[in-house]
Write a protein that binds this ligand. Sequence first.
Ligand SMILES: C[S@@+](CC[C@H](N)C(=O)[O-])C[C@H]1O[C@@H](n2cnc3c(N)ncnc32)[C@H](O)[C@@H]1O
Length: 257
Amino acid sequence: MATDWNPSLYLRYADERTRPARELLARVPLERAASAVDLGCGPGNSTELVAERYPDATVLGLDTSDAMLAQARERLPGTRFERADIGTLAADRSFDLVYSNAALQWVPDHEMLFPRLFALVAEGGAFAMQMPDNQEEPSHSAMRETAKDGAWASKIGDADKVRARILPAERYYDLLAREASAVDIWRTTYHHVMKSAEAIVEWVSATGLRPFLEPLDERERADFVAAYTARIDAAYPPLADGRRLLRFPRLFLVARK
Ligand SMILES: C[S@@+](CC[C@H](N)C(=O)[O-])C[C@H]1O[C@@H](n2cnc3c(N)ncnc32)[C@H](O)[C@@H]1O
């Protein structure tokens, strides 16, 4: 059975993870919004920013993780949170702002998904999303290499398939431009200063590493993490002060209806 997300592990790097949420919201060209939805709201860190920016809006947070939803409800008791899968959302509601930070990379088939999400935007509203674009970074290629290179290979299978393939920026533009009055796309590469190789492993263990570890038993997990950590240690050599720099590209998109 799939294990649930771990909100406290996820929030260990809350500042770094929430920064793109803030930078995305800063580019949303709406002075006012009466309604907003946060898709893949997680522990409510991104929802909180949306609610602060639009204090008069009815804000709804959606997620599939019970643990994340519980944390979000505790954080924002006045906000509505519902269990819902972004991939199968009914198009019977509309919102001035459809917002999603660091979640759509977990939802397959962006060719279908993005036009469907844009259809949820009310006339004059906006769709704003950010996704990690790091599948080709050593942090993630090392997961795939470790998966192939051990007794666990058949158990894991192609764990990377769990994540959606990020399309080229041009494709996202083409998917939305016909229905949009403006599309703004940008890519930012953050360089996070990390204490150690283990800290990088801890960072991804709350997110990208989950599907690789899920099929393994406890012993295999420990062995996998040790083998993966050795690869990370080599791929992110120590800086002059011994710390490591985690390169982390993210793709941003804001489309106005
Ligand atoms: C990396 S967290 C992002 C949390 C928060 N939005 C933030 O800005 O930090 C990704 C969240 O997406 C949720 N998620 C993944 N797939 C989903 C889906 N198909 N439908 C709804 N939520 C999903 C996960 O449960 C998780 O809480």
